[in-house]
Design a protein around this ligand. Structure first.
Ligand SMILES: NC(=O)c1ccc[n+]([C@@H]2O[C@H](COP(=O)([O-])OP(=O)(O)OC[C@H]3O[C@@H](n4cnc5c(N)ncnc54)[C@H](OP(=O)(O)O)[C@@H]3O)[C@@H](O)[C@H]2O)c1
Length: 254
């Protein structure tokens, strides 16, 4: 298994993702929006999942205006614990698309940055629900249509603070440690029975609303824009990463 050392430098062929149906969560803004556009630009039909339909429509329109394959919008609040809603989403996707070739878990929330000793239980629960539980419920619901796709790819979004704990990053850091653990468990469970590969990706510091709220005093241009780190996302969704499974990767060298 060879993995390029600098995934941001990965050069994707123009039709790398042609014929693939890929679902991106949190596709309305930031990294998710950039991933949806990059996947569509390389030929994928992208299912845009998020809770704010108006923002998803803007991404849908941008994909349409660029002449990329028509996207689809899936309004969904990942705070939901309603298993029937996840099952209904899977049924809709199966009816409409048949199979799913890739799932990018990108949506996330930061939550409060404060000492754990002052962290409210409700905040802790909300961050874990959105950043961790939803990743489990969605992966579980969509696994049957991923398994029928042939060489499907699931990508969980991690963070540096999900690989080494850091003071004041609270439930966010803990949720990302959970994401890393879940990635490993899925990867190990699937490796002998399925050709679905499962990996985690740390985007690294990236110029988005989440980064701004974590570091309000940081210079606006201190970090790359989401579109500059898309090499890793394309690599993991495309067939060049077949055989890469259970890996914790970085979108660019740290
Ligand atoms: N930016 C960085 O420096 C950085 C570094 C390491 C890891 N990450 C990770 O990268 C991922 C993307 O981050 P970002 O910086 O692009 O963040 P962002 O700009 O804040 O975007 C977050 C996305 O998640 C969606 N979302 C939040 N709560 C949701 C919910 N309950 N249901 C459905 N969608 C929901 C948001 O939708 P709305 O627009 O509707 O709120 C938005 O599309 C996250 O997992 C984050 O933890 C980011």
């Amino acid at each position: 298994m060879h993995i390029p050392s600098d995934l941001s430098a990965y050069q994707a062929g123009a039709d790398l993702l042609a014929g693939k149906n890929l679902l991106v969560t949190g596709a309305s803004t930031g990294i998710g929006r950039a991933a949806a556009l990059a996947f569509a630009a390389h030929g994928a039909t992208v299912i845009l999942l998020g809770r704010t339909e108006g923002k998803l429509t803007e991404v849908y329109d941008a994909i349409d205006a660029a002449g990329y394959p028509k996207a689809a919008i899936a309004p969904f609040d990942l705070a939901s614990n309603d298993e029937a809603a996840y099952a209904a989403l899977a049924t809709q996707l199966q009816d409409h698309f048949g199979s799913l070739h890739g799932l990018l878990h990108n949506a996330g929330m930061l939550g409060p940055l404060k000492p754990l000793s002052q962290y409210a239980a409700n905040d802790f629960q909300q961050v874990l629900d959105i950043n961790l539980r939803s990743n489990f419920l969605l992966t579980r619901a969509l696994m049957p249509i991923l398994e029928t796709a042939g060489h499907a790819s699931v990508v969980f979004t991690s963070s540096s603070v999900g690989r080494k704990g850091r003071a004041y990053w609270g439930a966010y850091a803990i949720s990302k440690f959970g994401v890393e653990g879940m990635m490993q468990v899925w990867a190990d469970e699937l490796c002998n029975t399925s050709d679905v590969r499962v990996n985690s990706l740390n985007p690294g510091a990236t110029r988005t609303a989440m980064r701004r709220s974590a570091y309000p005093a940081e210079a606006a241009d201190a970090n790359p824009e989401p579109r500059q780190i898309m090499g890793a996302y394309l690599y993991l969704m495309g067939d060049d990463s077949i055989g890469v499974n259970g890996q914790a990767l970085n979108a660019r060298p740290l």
